[in-house]
Design a protein around this ligand. Structure first.
Ligand SMILES: [Zn+2]
Length: 437
């Protein structure tokens, strides 16, 4: 690694706050997205500093942007800094600030997307601009990819790029969302930076039943809705075993090693933890949420069909077909049909790569007492498009959140502390120097 240049982090933080505030005011609420508004803004900033970029879009209103600072290639293929420009809708009535205000006060930048993930987008942009301004040597390309449509499945964003421009995904490593730091983990105060190495696999299922229609005054025992309710009751009573994957085991081991978990992780201690923390239970099991149910049209008519949707999340590496077989056995009714609506299991990104070690070093350089733990995300991200190709993609937004700030992601009062924006920039910059310098 080359020596770290001296930088004026106060001035850079001011600049980043200004950028984030502006970015949050650009309405990219998805649906409908309008992400081209964001790529235009990013494009103007890049053009002003002489960074080459291109935009890609299936629909003109939903562009994604790719900018590359070329390296000499002596360390391999590019490092990709990946972010999405869209945000989920917000309900202003429940916010202290206007969700699209980009307000700056009390040490925070407020707005929908501050954490998920325009804040990270700004850290990535600043990292790229710093390399350009300082003319820092790069031994591999440094590529910024800002995609549309992550929040609605990525059809117009990462999936479009993967399909129409697969060459853009040819790289050695990706840094994306899917892992964040926390001041406190399981009630223990200690800075821990989570590096997302795997994600639970979404398996969205629809259960369908049919029966004989009739008048509500004459029950006949072949009611589609009653059949569905019986099936759902069995699903809810189903006690699924703990499925401890090696990645989840490693996460808890690292937390133990760093003093966050006092007890060495065992089946018993994890069971206790899972009873207190729904997220832990989700990490250790194939989870099932009943999310909708549709049947009937009139108070006195027995419906001929009924359907329900299940949001199933499989532990990393679990075979969806195996789960569906188990579900079928639990429901134990051949008249209940199970349909797969969406399935996206992805391989795990190994720890111990050059990038993973660079992240560990960068974190320790900037914050000596912080721990780094490989984590598994219960949600899924655009990293899947890269993991599918065997490219290690890590979820690493290098900021430390307070426990209540976590609720801001997709919730109310989303905001990013200015000191965390600064910390995140420092760690990301140091990581990129480690991997590209
Ligand atoms: Zn996100």
């Amino acid at each position: 690694m080359s020596a770290m240049p001296r930088l004026d982090w106060d001035a850079l933080t001011d600049e980043a706050v200004e950028l984030l505030s502006t970015y949050l005011r650009i309405d990219t609420t998805n649906p409908p997205g309008h992400e081209t508004r964001a790529t235009q803004w990013l494009g103007e900033l890049l053009a002003a500093e002489g960074v080459p970029f291109r935009t890609y879009a299936r629909h003109p209103d939903r562009a994604s942007l790719v900018a590359t600072l070329p390296g000499d290639g002596s360390r391999g293929r590019p490092l990709v800094l990946l972010s999405h420009t869209d945000v989920v809708p917000a309900e202003p009535a429940h916010w202290r600030e206007e969700p699209l205000s980009g307000a700056v006060h009390d040490g925070y930048v407020w707005g929908r997307g501050a954490i998920d993930m325009k804040g990270m987008g700004v850290m990535q942009l600043m990292t790229l601009l710093l390399h350009r301004r300082l003319g820092l040597p790069l031994r591999r390309d440094l590529t910024l990819i800002a995609v549309a449509d992550e929040e609605a499945g990525g059809t117009e964003g990462i999936e479009f790029l993967a399909e129409a421009h697969p060459e853009l995904l040819a790289c050695d490593f990706v840094i994306n969302e899917g892992g964040m730091g926390a001041h406190e983990t399981f009630g223990v105060r200690r800075p821990v930076f989570n590096v997302g190495v795997a994600e639970k696999g979404p398996l969205w299922l629809r259960l369908l039943t049919t029966g004989t229609p009739g008048h509500g005054s004459v029950p006949h025992g072949d009611n589609a809705l009653e059949r569905l309710v019986r099936a759902l009751e069995r699903v809810q009573r189903w006690e699924r075993p703990f499925e401890q994957t090696p990645e989840v085991a490693l996460y808890f081991e690292r937390l133990h090693k760093n003093g966050v978990l006092t007890e060495a992780p065992s089946a018993g201690s994890l069971r206790v933890l899972a009873a207190q923390h729904p997220r832990v239970l989700s990490l250790l099991t194939n989870s099932v949420s009943l999310t909708s149910m549709t049947a009937g049209m009139k108070h006195n008519v027995i419906p001929a069909q009924a359907e329900a949707t299940l949001d199933v999340r499989l532990v990393p590496g679990y075979d969806p077909a195996r789960f569906i077989d188990q579900l079928r056995a639990v429901i134990d009714d051949p008249l209940v049909r199970i349909e797969t609506v969406f399935e996206a299991s992805t391989p795990i990104s190994p720890v111990g790569t050059e990038l993973y070690r660079a992240i560990e070093r960068a974190v320790h350089d900037v914050m000596e007492d912080a721990a780094v733990a490989p984590s598994v995300s219960t949600g899924f991200t655009d990293s899947r498009a890269f993991r599918r190709l065997g490219v290690p993609a890590y979820g690493f937004i290098p900021v430390l959140l307070e426990p209540d700030a976590n609720a801001g992601m997709h919730g109310n009062d989303e905001r990013l502390a200015i000191d965390q924006l600064r910390l995140g920039m420092q760690i990301l910059f140091a990581t990129v120097r480690e991997v590209c310098g």
